[in-house]
Design a protein around this ligand. Sequence first.
Ligand SMILES: Nc1ncnc2c1ncn2[C@@H]1O[C@H](COP(=O)(O)OP(=O)(O)OP(=O)(O)O)[C@@H](O)[C@H]1O
Ligand SMILES: [Mg+2]
Length: 269
Amino acid sequence: MNDHYRAFFGLAKEPFTTDITCADILKTPELLDVKVRFDYVTRLGAIGIVTGEVGSGKSTAVRYAMDTLHPSEYRALYITASSGSMMEFYRQLRDALNIYLSSNSKTVMVKTIKKEIVNLVLEKKQKVVLIVDEASLMRLEVFTELHTLCQFEQDAKPWLPMILVGQTSLVDKLTFRSSQPLASRIIAKCHLEGVDLAGMETYLRHHLAIAGVERNLFDPSSVIAIHQGSGGLFRKSNHLARGGLIAAAAEQSKIVSAEHIRLAATEIF
Ligand SMILES: Nc1ncnc2c1ncn2[C@@H]1O[C@H](COP(=O)(O)OP(=O)(O)OP(=O)(O)O)[C@@H](O)[C@H]1O
Ligand SMILES: [Mg+2]
């Protein structure tokens, strides 16, 4: 599909994209809730979780919370989890800490990672926070062992707060008995759902403004269609909204209708 629709609507750039800057993130009440809990967990050195539907804005909310941390004071370590082993997790953490380590021994790996965290906290006077995105993908064996990473000085020093981000199945994995030591350290939870109709209208206008258009291009019926079609979830509404703009431009219509959204819906899952 070509980008003629951009010229047709006077859009300065591709609208409804994933690569929005932190400044352009819409500060929804839910996103601000995530930030409050993120800061609380970081302050107390505990564990927090952010769950939600696919495309509800979890990673964006956490990115926003990370961005508000002062870089001279904080060191945020961001990992996208996989379904790999605990050793794989440690390797990712090693890379996030920029540690060069040739040894493949787990004991050496854990010792080196912890030493570096102690160094950051005590020598460099930084507060460290570990963010694990897609944590619902992690194997149960990782849930069983993960809490040991937060244990410093016989578990007396809360030097590695963690934020686990993932789909609702993250909660299921945390309810296993073997995950109890980890789950017992959780002090804050956030769950992101789809926004309501008014929230969707604000969202659509916000993304149009990011792309340089201040006037509303979506008629009320199209906002309802996007809201219903996406369940209020942001990623899906991005696809429907962009597709609706393309369909409207193809018909030389200066306003997007519910019919244009229905056409767009045939292209996506
Ligand atoms: N607060 C926001 N302001 C502006 N756009 C947003 C916001 N939250 C989400 N989006 C848009 O929705 C898209 C999906 O959001 P995000 O990737 O954060 O969802 P997610 O819940 O992490 O999804 P997944 O379950 O696939 O990991 C983003 O790429 C962005 O375009
Ligand atoms: Mg995500």
